[in-house]
Design a protein around this ligand. Sequence first.
Ligand code: NAD
Length: 583
Amino acid sequence: MATEWSRVCAFGGLCLFGLGVCLCKMVLLGRRSLCYWVGMAFSLEERLQLGIHGLLPPCFITQDVQLLRVLKNYEMKKDDLDRYVFLMGLQERSEKLFYRVIMSDIERFMPIIYTPTVGLACQQYGLIFRRPRGLFITIHDRGHIATLLQNWPAKNVKAVCVTDGERILGLGDLGCNGMGIPVGKLALYTACGGVPPQQCLPVMLDVGTDNEALLQDPLYIGLRHKRVRGQAYDDLLDEFMKAVSDRYGMDCLIQFEDFANLNAFRLLSKYRNMYCTFNDDIQGTAAVAVAGLLAALRITGSKMCDHTIVFQGAGEAAMGIAELITMAMEKEGLSKEDSLKKIWMVDSKGLIVKGRDHLTHEKERFAHEHPQMRNLEDVVRELKPTALIGVAAVAGAFTEKIIRDMASFNQHPIIFALSNPTSKAECTAEQCYTFTEGRGIFASGSPFDPVTLPDGRTMHPGQGNNAYIFPGVGLGVTACAIRHITEDVFLTAAEALAHLVTEKDLSEGRLYPPLSSIREVSLELAVKIIEYAYEHGIATGLPEPSDKAAYVRSLVFTTDYDDFNVDLYRWPEDSMTLQSCKL
Ligand code: NAD
């Protein structure tokens, strides 16, 4: 006890200063909110210093016991939406405990805080709304976004995830309810990539919604008018990008998420060379799919440029993946022109060929001289691809005939059914393995259970989850202050991810490392990106760290509770709980 009290005295001076700075806000927040912060893990001296002695039960418990309590409560929840609400509540009360829980079993919790449950949560956002999280900027805030950003309590934001809610997952326009997506993505920045939560800012750009059901819903939380488009929309985006970069620096990462197709491509090409930005639906997807292909090449024993690839779908995912494949082929020595010829696309109107109607600028690049064809079965039979990639959300598009045909002209046909959710997958893992007699190389967007083949082998289908990529990219880019994220960064990430797949993984059908190792994967990706960035002169962080792995590890968030005096001193600026306590 004597030592405890001498420690109290020793840091008392520092605490007084911290207390002085915080006093007004503490009065405003009330002492009870402090009790939530680390709860019964506060020591006696901390309880005395904070003036909350007696406001907590007398027992002192560790974070381990708190984890146990959370897990036991979690098990009592009746469905996934309840589990989501429970975990979000925990995130508001005690961020460190929340991340401790998530990181204790990332495979178990990722489908709750992210896809697929986050989709359900966005659909019910008005109903399950308890406290706001993230920054809401509307079309009516034009002209003063910079001032609005000042309301965000954290000054050292390094990663922003922004959506306008127009194309939330496969669920369409969910307007302001789409805020669940940036919140979920950034939670994975921390849980998988170790980016400290106070450096992450989720943003909703509310320009209205064209979803009539939401406009009529009394619980809807967004603006009640149709989407504003055209010049006013563009002005909002321009002002937002500038305001974020002015406040947080030119190296503040801005990740675009779930924008509708046209805006996604347009905004990416407009901002990619002006700001530190990327679109995960296009570029993150590309990197994870190409990583899967690179791993598959180790099974086929071929090079990327040996392949002919047919895409079912020609949207954001397809274009991103195709672009990165051509870069991988170019790296192998093929010309850009010849690499484009290796890729074919089928959209809702059929095979994309030269002279066809409805060709956007992006599709034109993959339009080749060929007669028009409407049917995917005919396309596969005619072009005899070595790889088939499904990203059109057309369930069952890879028919038995298609899969058997693929197996007839390839020893190891590559079949990626990437459409989400599971119900939209082009084929199941079992169908792929069965119709190819176990020779198919399969990956999916949503998880599939392992499949046991007639020869006794058990195959573990790879899940091309974007979470393998964006947290590591986020950590790497922010760690060395890259200002413009080139496509090479994504190819570097894809190569690093493929490299982490072991021979044992491959023999079991896995094209990705186990999801449980995602934190190590993200750190490794970050190191490779940092090495690439310094080597190619795109890192602006100086001095260049000599031991990059150690540098990355020094940055990552830990779930251990900080000493009270340190936290108190920093608390109002850095803690995200401030916002939720206030409101
Ligand atoms: P998108 O809306 O941008 O593109 C969809 C494309 O499918 C369009 O080109 C459309 O013309 C085409 N299409 C529609 N109906 C078709 C039909 N009957 N035949 C052929 N093509 C048709 O969507 P997106 O962002 O590209 O996503 C597509 C799918 O990929 C979604 O299911 C999404 O969940 C999935 N996806 C998976 C991952 C992953 O596995 N990591 C990542 C991103 C997207």
